[in-house]
Design a protein around this ligand. Structure first.
Ligand code: FAD
Ligand code: AMP
Length: 474
């Protein structure tokens, strides 16, 4: 039986960095993964690289170019004639990027001397791992001093709406459509629904998002959600709130969706239906009955604040455990667990994991919303600044959105920073750094920001906490 210091099950953005870091720290490490790429071959990188973060951003970029060429180039004096989209070429570009990155992970693992097994891992008792090869080969059992469970997540399927891979699809299906559907229904106006709905709307689909909750983007700060909602409406992304989908049926090549709104049932018909109602931990079959690791009612592996499970030497990270289902959260946990196994102190601050929605405008935030701060009874102040008042946003043709800063009224410590606007995904990093260093609104307000940049809006929003903004009336 081969034995290791560390075996990682799952090579997504949580698992593969854990394996690389463990090996860097001198630990003999193996990783087991069972993801198959589009070509049917093993593909490392998990959901994120294969059917999540990266391919969605590739298509968001292609569709943004298309929309800008069609609708916005004229105002720059650029004429293009008729603009058309060749969907197979766009998908090939996306596949190439995915291939580059998943191949890169394989190379990184090899260069770091991590043994990679293409197979399905199952945790047995005493930190043994059974590996069933994906293709031919014998089942083998490996042993380890430490096992890191990083099996990720899978799309949630709702009752009476079954994926058929063609008409009723999940994220993987929506990243691989062969043509632009005339009509696309999306169940769930969360992060994934908004991003993938935006891709196909930009390319010409009539997109309707059916969202059960009465509030738009309930997780985000209400002012930011309102600003984003306004922009999406302007783009004719049809978002119907308080709309609970009850069932969907494929009839004559179309999908008939039955939903309930204000107590009444109605129907809508679409060419394609994307189900984007969230993801659940992928732990079915991962744990032998006697392995000792507990999972909660939602199927998540139960871990403490250091990602330690109920069994010594067995750890859980990423989407398979509590906390936001975000790639960078899993990566930080993976690295932190490897450090702890090597006897070093490390910790991930789940309070300061940045959220990003890569719509146009982008939405990003870190820390608490105003509603959260209020409900905690904290005395706070807010400042905000619209991008329309910054020169760079106007020069870029991206005036939509705003920055909002929330700070403790007494200490001025930053409690939350919320951005809706172009490049919000990049700008939020400044706020994360400031908050990790326990910074104040005053800190952001007194740091020199380059002119003209979008980040000047962060500066001005921080100034406006103290009613000192220069380019708006306080
Ligand atoms: P995963 O990436 O799911 O990887 C788990 C891996 O483990 C998979 O390869 C799986 O096949 C393998 N596995 C599972 N069970 C076993 C087993 N028993 N044996 C062997 N292998 C196993 N997050 C962001 O931060 N930014 C984004 O922009 C973003 N965009 C997204 C867009 C979409 C469309 C989707 C669906 C998700 C997006 N996410 C994004 C979320 C992100 O993809 C996940 O948070 C992230 O992939 C979780 O990483 P993970 O390593 O925990 O799990
Ligand atoms: P997220 O968790 O960000 O992926 O968002 C998923 C969204 O889907 C949430 O906002 C849910 O409220 C929504 N949702 C879940 N089930 C349904 C349903 N049956 N009909 C409409 N929306 C739903």
């Amino acid at each position: 039986m081969s034995s290791y210091d560390v075996i990682v099950i799952g090579a997504g953005p949580a698992g593969y960095p854990a394996a690389i870091r463990a090996s860097q720290l001198g630990l003999k490490t193996a990783i087991v993964d069972n993801f198959r790429g589009k070509n049917g071959k093993p593909a490392l990188g998990g959901t994120c690289l294969n059917v999540g973060c990266i391919p969605s951003k590739a298509l968001l970029d292609s569709s943004k170019h298309f929309e800008h060429a069609r609708d916005h180039y004229g105002s720059h004096g650029i004429s293009t004639g008729d603009v058309s989209i060749d969907v197979p070429t766009m998908i090939q570009r996306k596949d190439k990027i995915v291939g580059q990155l998943t191949g890169g992970v394989a190379q990184l693992l090899k260069a770091n001397k991590v043994d990679a097994y293409a197979g399905t891992g199952r945790l047995l008792k005493d930190r043994q791992v059974e590996v069933t090869p994906m293709d031919e080969g014998e089942v083998q059992v490996l042993s380890a001093r430490n096992v890191i469970l990083a099996s990720g997540s899978i799309p949630i399927e709702i009752p009476n709406v079954s994926f058929d891979g063609k008409h009723i699809i999940d994220n993987a299906g929506a990243l691989d459509l062969e043509e632009v559907p005339e009509t696309l229904g999306v169940i769930g106006a969360g992060v994934i629904g908004l991003e993938l709905g935006s891709v196909w709307r930009r390319l010409g689909s009539d997109v309707v998002l059916l969202e059960a909750l009465p509030d738009f983007l309930a997780l985000a700060d209400a002012d930011i959600a309102r600003a984003a909602h306004r922009e999406f409406k302007r783009q004719k992304l049809d978002i119907r709130l308080g709309t609970l989908v009850k069932s969907a049926e494929v009839k004559d090549g179309k999908v008939e969706v039955t939903y309930e709104q204000d107590g009444e049932q109605s129907q809508l018909t679409f060419d394609r239906l994307l189900v984007a109602v969230g993801r659940c931990a992928n732990t079915a079959g991962l744990l032998a009955d006697d392995c000792g690791v507990s999972v909660n009612q939602r199927g998540q592996i139960e871990v403490d604040e250091h990602c330690q499970t109920s069994v010594a030497g067995v750890w859980g990270i990423g989407d398979a455990v509590r906390g936001p289902m975000l790639a960078h959260k899993g990566t930080e946990e993976g690295v932190a667990v490897a450090e702890r196994i090597a006897g070093r102190p490390s910790h991930v601050n789940l309070e300061l994991v940045p959220w990003v929605i890569y719509s146009e405008p982008e939405v990003a935030w870190v820390g608490k919303t105003e509603a959260e701060v209020k409900s905690e009874g904290v005395d706070y102040r807010t400042g905000s600044f619209p991008f329309a008042a910054t020169g760079r946003a106007l020069a870029m043709g991206e005036p939509a959105g705003m920055v909002k800063v929330i700070a403790d009224a007494e200490t001025d410590r930053l409690l939350g920073v919320h951005i809706c606007g172009a490049n919000a995904s990049e700008m939020i990093a400044e706020a994360v750094v400031a908050m990790e260093f326990h910074g104040s609104a005053e800190d952001l307000a007194t740091i020199c920001h380059a002119h003209p940049t979008m980040s000047e809006a962060v500066h001005e929003a921080a100034l406006s906490v103290d009613k000192r903004a220069i380019h708006r009336v306080n």
